[in-house]
Design a protein around this ligand. Structure first.
Ligand SMILES: C[S@@+](CC[C@H](N)C(=O)[O-])C[C@H]1O[C@@H](n2cnc3c(N)ncnc32)[C@H](O)[C@@H]1O
Length: 253
C-alpha cells in the first residue's frame, strides 16, 4: 500500500469510530429518513425502477445503502477499507432487515466478480481518496453488467478552494484548482492527504474506462455542511458539488 493510502486508512479507521459512537442516532436516521438527496434521487429514480443490484464503493456508514434499498434497489454490496465502518454498517443493515452486505477491502480492486452490478454508486467524499482515477474508473466499469450505470455524486473539484468565511466567498491562498493534492485540515483531519482532480480529468477517466456519459450536473450546494459552519461560498454563487451518470455499453443479458 502506498504511504498516503496507509496514512489515510489509519485516519479513516479513527474517524469511523464516530459511526460506532453515534450508532443509535445513525440507526434512527436510517430508519426514519432518507440520506439520498433529492438531486441524487432525480437522477437515480429511473435506474432504481428496475430493482438493480448495487455496489457502493467506499460505503462508509452505509446510510445511503439503506436508502437505496428503500428506494428500490434489490440489494447493495458496500466496499470500504475501514473495518470499523463496515462492522457498524453491517450491524445497522441487519438490525433494519435491509438487503446490504459489506466487504472490507482497499479500493480500487474490489474483490467482487466482473459484471456483478447493475449500478455502481459512489461519492460524498470518496474520489479524493483515490490515488489514480483512471484505475478507479476501470475498476468501477468492470463491476458493471452490460448497460449498467455508474453514478457519482461528489464534492465539486473547485470546492476545496473556497474559504469558509461567512461574510464573503473567498479563495484560499494555499490551494489551487490544478494542484494534485492537499492536506485535509478539517475532517477527518490529522493530516490525511486528499487527491485533487479537475472535473475534466474525472470525466475523461470515466470515458477512458469505456463508459458512455449520460449526464453531468454541477450544483451550488455542498453535499455536506459541518455543524456550525455557514460559509458564504455555499450560498449559490459557486459550484460545490456535481453528479455524473454513465452507462456501460452493450445490451442487458
Ligand atoms: C467521506 S467517507 C464517504 C463514505 C460514504 N459515501 C458516506 O457518505 O458515508 C469516505 C470513505 O472512503 C473510505 N476509503 C477511503 N479510501 C479508501 C480506499 N482506498 N479503499 C477503500 N475505502 C476507502 C473511508 O474508509 C470512508 O469510509
Amino acid at each position: 500500500m502506498e504511504p498516503d493510502t496507509t496514512r489515510n486508512r489509519i485516519a479513516w479507521e479513527a474517524a469511523s469510530r464516530k459511526h460506532v459512537h453515534e450508532y443509535e442516532e445513525l440507526l434512527r436516521q436510517a430508519r426514519d429518513g432518507c440520506s439520498l438527496l433529492d438531486r441524487e434521487l432525480d437522477l437515480l429514480r429511473p435506474v432504481l425502477r428496475s430493482a438493480p443490484s448495487v455496489v457502493h464503493l467506499q460505503s462508509g456508514h452505509g446510510l445511503d445503502d439503506i436508502a437505496l434499498v428503500a428506494a428500490g434497489a434489490r440489494s447493495v454490496v458496500g466496499v470500504d477499507y475501514s473495518a470499523v465502518a463496515v462492522a457498524s454498517a453491517q450491524r445497522r443493515a441487519d438490525e433494519l432487515g435491509a438487503a446490504c452486505r459489506y466487504v472490507v477491502a482497499e479500493l480500487p480492486g474490489a474483490p467482487l466478480r466482473d459484471g456483478c452490478a447493475d449500478l455502481v454508486y459512489t461519492g460524498k467524499g470518496a474520489l479524493i481518496w483515490m490515488p489514480d482515477l483512471r484505475v478507479w474508473a476501470r475498476d468501477a466499469a468492470r463491476l458493471l453488467r452490460p448497460s449498467g450505470r455508474l453514478f457519482v455524486y461528489e464534492a465539486h473539484p473547485a470546492a476545496p478552494l473556497w474559504t469558509w468565511d461567512e461574510d464573503e466567498p473567498r479563495i484560499r491562498a494555499d490551494r489551487g484548482y490544478f494542484d494534485r493534492r492537499h492536506v485535509n485540515d478539517t475532517f477527518p483531519g490529522h493530516g490525511a492527504v486528499e487527491r485533487q482532480a479537475t472535473l475534466a480529468e474525472i470525466i475523461n477517466a470515466v470515458l477512458a474506462a469505456g463508459l458512455e456519459l449520460e449526464h453531468v450536473a454541477e450544483y451550488p450546494e455542498p453535499f455536506w455542511r459541518p455543524d456550525g459552519v455557514d460559509a458564504a461560498a455555499w450560498r449559490g454563487r459557486l459550484p460545490n458539488s456535481f453528479a455524473l451518470l454513465a452507462r456501460r455499453g452493450g445490451a442487458a443479458p
